[in-house]
Ligand binder design. Structure first.
Ligand SMILES: *Cc1c(COP(=O)(O)O)cnc(C)c1O
Length: 465
């Protein structure tokens, strides 16, 4: 075996890393992580790094969380993986029943990652209209800045130009409607008026295009990849009403915001009508946190009505989509352990969501110096997500911050000029203090670097990282 320090170099030679310009690794090699326990990662040099982005938003209860490890280990001795066409197994049945009880969406279709869940929801929506004699309803609408994954179908409803541009000729682009994120409000327009403006834009679009529109897809409450853009639940209530009015499906992409991230088990559960009822989507896409961040699994939950559109004697009216690992038994057991964890109460009678409220209040308090930082233009928080827009124009800010944070023992990856925390739910007060103090030091150091670049005679171009 080669020295531990050589993992990074071997990785650079053999592994094509995701979302990465590999040439950057010539100068900044990837970190090799050899152990992960709780929120802490340890690299092959013995450095400890706090996983403050939950390993790309998937981890809920820290790494090596015993209830998940035990559930998977137990399942390994029973059924590891079997195909789900023509066969079934207890974990997938139990998981589907429990998700149905939690969401009121009684039909669960499985895949292994978020993008596949998006594909399934899009295909299922259009196919269900076709089965109902409305084949013309096959276009989709997304929101400005929306992100739904990077396979061709998912990318066609994703509005992140950097991810989409090179593939535009391969995609059948959807319509993009204004985001209710109040930062997009015209000057002098209040957040509330902006929400109403976006609702009116959706109403006008649907009135004109409903006959060709299958579904509206959006990330409820928080558009993650847009830079933790947040919006008011009123928008979701209105979207539900307008979709009903125009016979258009609403696909809620809770791949990132599901499982307690926004303070409720599912984000759309904060979309309350005036009578207190929840504005429920027609399709709910879940992944990321569903297994606590341990195994790949995704699911699309849908209504009796959609299900009924496929239930027929004709094979071609069925939903014939499949993935090899659909309903993987180990992943389903991990998901059941996650649901058990949410259902359990600790010695003080608190469940996960209640403990998160206590923990979030503490981190919000600790993070006050970030809100008050002279270079922070805007800050926002919901549930277990915090974000700060930094006043910096240097395009390498995010990459520089990420590297400097690593040296401080923090895994953080700003999006553009937005710094955010999306940590596992189990940080101690000490972990939180480390996170805030380290972030402040990194912010000042990186801003000084960026400011120096902006004023250097060579300009920033020579220093692109
Ligand atoms: C991560 C994410 C996806 C894609 O999930 P993958 O597992 O990366 O394919 C889709 N939608 C949202 C909102 C996401 O955050």
């Amino acid at each position: 075996m080669v020295d531990a320090g050589h993992w990074a170099e071997r990785s650079r030679q053999a592994v094509w890393h995701p979302c990465t310009q590999m040439k950057v690794h010539e100068r900044f090699p990837p970190r090799a992580i050899v152990s992960a326990q709780g929120p802490w990662l340890t690299d092959d040099q013995g450095h400890r790094i706090l996983d403050a982005v939950s390993s790309w938003w998937v981890n809920l209860f820290g790494h090596g969380f015993a209830p998940i490890t035990e559930a998977i280990t137990d399942q390994l001795g029973r059924v590891d993986h079997i195909m789900l066409a023509g066969l079934t197994h207890p974990p997938v049945v139990e998981l589907s029943e429990r998700l149905a009880a939690l969401t009121g969406l009684g039909h669960a279709f499985y895949a292994s990652d978020g993008a596949s869940a998006t594909e399934i929801a899009l295909k299922m929506s259009a196919h269900s209209w076709r089965n109902r004699g409305l084949a013309g309803k096959n276009q989709f609408i997304g929101l400005q800045g929306g992100y739904h994954g990077e396979t061709a179908g998912a990318l066609s409803v994703t509005d992140i130009p950097l991810f989409r541009e090179a593939y535009a000729p391969l995609l059948r682009l959807s319509a993009t409607l204004p985001s209710p994120d109040p930062r997009h409000a015209a000057s002098g327009v209040s957040a509330q008026a902006h929400t109403q403006h976006c609702i009116a834009a959706l109403a006008a679009y649907l009135a004109e295009h409903h006959a060709h529109t299958a579904a509206l897809i959006l990330e409820p409450l928080v558009q993650g990849a847009a830079g933790m853009a947040m919006h008011a639940p009123e928008y979701l209530v209105a979207a539900r009403r307008l979709c009903d009015q125009h016979q258009v499906h609403w696909i809620a992409d809770e791949i990132a915001v599901g499982f307690g991230r926004t303070g409720t088990l599912f984000a759309h559960q904060q979309a309350l009508r005036s009578d207190g009822s929840v504005a429920k989507p027609d399709f709910l896409c879940l992944s990321k946190g569903i297994t606590g961040g341990v195994l790949p699994l995704s699911v699309v939950l849908t209504t009796d009505e959609v299900y009924a559109a496929f239930y027929d004697d004709r094979t071609a009216h069925g939903f014939l989509h499949s993935h090899s690992y659909t309903g993987n038994a180990l992943a389903c057991r991990a998901a059941l352990a996650v649901l058990d964890t949410f259902a359990a109460r600790d010695a003080d009678g608190l469940d996960v969501l209640a403990r998160n409220r206590v923990s979030a209040a503490r981190l919000t308090e600790l993070a006050q110096p970030l809100n008050a930082h002279p270079r922070v233009k805007a800050s926002r928080h919901i549930g277990m997500i915090w974000a700060w827009d930094v006043d910096v124009s240097e395009p390498t800010f995010a990459a520089r911050f990420h590297r400097a944070a690593m040296d401080e023992g923090l895994l953080l990856r700003p999006i553009g000029s937005t710094l955010y925390f999306m940590p596992p739910y189990t940080l101690t007060a000490q972990d939180q203090a480390h996170l805030v103090a380290g972030s402040l030091r990194v912010l000042d150091r990186v801003l000084a670097e960026c400011d120096a670049l902006a004023t250097s005679p060579d300009g920033p171009a020579l220093n692109m990282a």
